[in-house]
Design a binder for this molecule. Structure first.
Ligand code: TXA
Ligand code: MG
Length: 317
């Protein structure tokens, strides 16, 4: 069983486990991560083991600052500008990896690019203490709802890891936005906790959407899936359904929902993002066969919220 320590008292214990190659669940501002030393292949393998994650998914390497990142990847002036604008924060940059990066190839699944992010809070502190990067996917079982509290992480992974650092509910509640920065511009690989519009403003250039193939297998169709089925953009609740609501106005028949949770009564997309995964889990736990979801606007963080909802609703295999 995992020990759960409040982040104020956890720096020593987390560092000790991480240097010996043990994975540790840590809070970041986006979601909890299952972190391990990115330079140690066995440590990284333990992440895959604990998560039951398909091997072809490359991981994000988390760094303490831009200097550490520059020892790992080549930064173009544009990449540099984005890192300075948004780090520490919910932006992941996919960049060409340096030959002597020190990163174990299991982290990148053999790609010649690497995904880098500087997180806020405890994660960054522990990376600075260790002086080396941490590979950390979201701390959930592969394909299931992402953990935004220490309790959710414990429920998913508690019997597979030794330590969960408790930083309370995560502030952003969605994974980071992932962009690839290449010679021909910026490509969105995964919408997330930083709105694309903000990236475009800082870059002074458009972000291309609709990347295909390889890129971010977080793009696997069915991902983040609860046990219950999901019905999106509903305007009416059917008998026996639970309701994931948004904003001040309710869909028809809402009164008969098994359970209703409102992502944001005030229609604030930031609040909705922070609540998304924990509310999906709670509605799922109600035992309803289907979760009906009211429409959520698609601008700003709404792009990432709709992306996660579509994946949760995708046909399962
Ligand atoms: O907010 C986050 O990003 C959280 C916290 C813990 O930092 N991490 C997270 O990691 O969501 P993960 O492993 O669940 O998602 C990382 C995504 C995957 O979809 C992976 O395919 C993509 O990043 N990725 C990693 N390296 C890549 C690369 N070189 N090229 C393209 N995509 C990459
Ligand atoms: Mg994930």
């Amino acid at each position: 069983m995992a020990e759960i320590l409040p982040q104020e008292n956890a720096l020593d214990a987390a560092s000790r486990l991480l240097v010996t190659g043990e994975p540790v669940a840590i809070p970041t501002e986006t979601v909890y991560g299952l972190a391990a030393d990115a330079t140690n292949g066995e440590a990284v393998a333990r992440i895959f083991e604990a998560k039951g994650r398909p091997r072809f998914n490359p991981l994000i390497a988390h760094v303490a600052d831009v200097n550490m990142a520059q020892r790992i990847a080549h930064f173009s002036p544009l990449a540099q500008r984005l890192a300075e604008a948004f780090w520490p924060g919910p932006l992941t940059l996919v960049l060409p990896q340096r030959d002597a990066s020190g990163i174990h190839p299991l982290v990148t699944a053999g790609l010649d690019t690497i995904a880098l992010r500087c997180p806020q809070g405890f994660g960054r502190e522990v990376i600075a203490r260790l002086g080396r990067p941490l590979a950390a996917p979201s701390a959930n079982i592969s394909g299931r709802v992402t953990g935004t509290t220490a309790q959710a992480v414990d429920a998913a992974l508690g019997d597979r890891i030794k330590l969960i650092v408790d930083g309370g509910p995560t502030r952003v509640g969605l994974e980071s936005t992932i962009v690839k920065v290449a010679e021909d511009g910026i490509v969105l690989l995964r919408p997330g906790g930083l709105a694309v519009e903000e990236i475009e403003r800082a870059a002074g250039a458009p972000v291309k959407r609709g990347a295909r193939g390889v890129q971010a297998p977080g793009m696997l169709a069915s991902h983040y899936a609860p046990q219950a089925g999901i019905r999106l953009d509903i305007d009416e609740i059917l008998p026996g359904e639970a309701l994931l609501a948004f904003g001040p106005d309710r869909a028809r028949g809402a009164a008969q929902a098994v359970l209703t949770l409102n992502l944001s009564p005030a229609a604030d997309l930031r609040e909705a993002a922070a609540n998304l995964f924990s509310y999906l889990s709670k509605l799922d736990a109600s035992g309803a066969k289907t979760i009906a979801v009211e429409p959520v606007p698609r601008h700003g963080l709404g792009e990432a919220i709709n992306d996660r909802l579509a994946r949760a609703a995708a046909p399962r295999d």
